[in-house]
Design a protein around this ligand. Sequence first.
Ligand code: PHB
Length: 391
Amino acid sequence: MLRKLVVSAALAVAAIASMTGGAAAQDTIKIGVVQSLTGQLTAVGKQVMAGIKLYQEQHGTTVAGKKIELIVKDDTTVPDVARRLAQELIVNDKVNILTTGITPASFAIAPLATQAKIPAVIMVSGTSSATERSPYMVRVSFTLGQQTGIMGDWAFKNGSKKVVAVQSDWAPGAEATAVFTEHFTKAGGQVVETLKVPLANPDFSPFLQRARDASPDTLFVFIPAGQAGLFVKQFIDRGLDKAGIKLIGPGDVTDDDDLPNMGDGVLGTVTAGFYSAYHQSPTNKAYVAAFKKLNGFRPNFISLGGYDGMHVIYEALKKTSGNTDGDALINAMKGLKWESPRGPTSIDPETRDIVHNVYIRKVEKRDGELYNVEFATFDAVKDPIKAAKKQ
Ligand code: PHB
């Protein structure tokens, strides 16, 4: 009888332990990292993971006395896969925190974060509404509107009057063009045509031909990281630079990852971006040097989502003394301020969105390499779409 009791008590304890992840789990904080490591946007996943890796190399894998365990999953650039992997990470691995990547994957994971009440740190998505899809989402990447609204104002002031817009045909592309168009037309300019290029395996040539036929003075372009090299090659092959058409856009089109191999045809391209590998701060110089040493390539704007995303997670855990309660962590993330390699950065406590500087940059050669050289700064820029909704 007594033996039976002891056995069943032991079983009960084991059952509870397995339900809560066990006592050992209390000393380990699990972070489920769902990113696009293969598929259409592999170039994005590569930079995020490189940023995460550098952060952990510099800051270790113990925070607030707890071991940080990363469980990395490849969403293959397919949102349904991202959803399934996040579900498995929550149910089977019992992760305490998730990180998400591109927009469709972030949208797919948002309802799961809400259900499980665990923070989901958006490391890539640039679509405004991603943070509105769950109160547990915090963005450390960027929004396209932050950059393209500023680009619209700047372009008109600096002589552009007639624009053709070329956008990659998905949510961030639609937002990039919409915010640009709003600002540019309000300033007095005209967007005569908006051309939508498929996201998968794009061939820009026919779109560039159509754009050229409309004889704009300026081409506004949003394409995602990883497609810039091909885009600029086709822009030059089609002779748009020789035709005197200016190329402008958010920072994606002169992505630091592709820029070194773009050739001199891209010189003089002006973009509005939140990060340049050439940003002249001691923090960024140290970041670029350490990043290149560890990963063997130049960091681009996407890498910051990984690097700063880990910073936000580590700082929040320090503030909660390792408590992984979802609400406590989200509260700890709200209002965080830090010096990122991109510049001064914070999390807006009201919207859980990133606030950072946006720089106007021009492609120039420095030390024999192509860089985005910043020449004007807009301080502490919030997502304009959310700001407009508030009014
Ligand atoms: C996004 O997923 O929203 C995204 C990805 C890559 C970019 C920009 C936006 O370059």
